[in-house]
Design a protein around this ligand. Structure first.
Ligand code: THU
Length: 137
């Protein structure tokens, strides 16, 4: 997130563009996410809902999947776009999914009106469980 000018953040723009592709006919709650890898590449996802409702997948986890299938597992920051005010935070399931790939992720919440909230995964998921805990003594 090198550009501090409101509305000019490319990662936020990618999340908003992903949100425009969301398939959410049941909830009508459209979400976009764009995750920036440690090498600078950006992977986007949107929420995809299914008539069998529990199959639905959040934008954040679809963005993670897009990165993983490209061989990327190390991330710096994720932008999440909703149309709420303030912009909505990630759900608990997605916080845990993001935790899989590191504790130090930055999180930027945005909406189409240019509102922006910055936080971190550590702040929204304290005392977290991760892959390293699976090592038995
Ligand atoms: N949703 C996301 O995509 N990300 C979140 O972090 C919260 C919720 C989606 C899931 C569902 O398609 C819709 O928003 C309403 O919950």
């Amino acid at each position: 997130m090198s550009d501090p000018v409101p509305g000019s953040d490319p990662l936020a723009a990618a999340a908003l563009a992903a949100r425009a592709q969301a398939y959410a006919p049941y909830s009508r709650f459209l979400v976009g996410a764009a995750i920036e890898a440690s090498d600078g590449r950006v992977f986007a996802g949107c929420n995809v809902e299914y008539a069998s409702y529990p199959l639905s997948v959040c934008a954040e986890r679809n963005a993670i999947a897009a990165a993983v299938v490209a061989g990327v597992r190390s991330f710096r920051v994720i932008a999440i776009a909703t149309d709420t005010s303030p912009p909505s935070p990630p759900c608990g399931a997605c916080r845990q999914a993001l935790r899989e790939f590191g504790r130090d992720l930055r999180i930027v919440l945005v909406n189409p009106r240019g509102e922006r909230v910055e936080t971190t995964l550590a702040a929204v998921l304290p005392h977290s469980f991760g892959p390293e805990h699976l090592t038995t003594t």
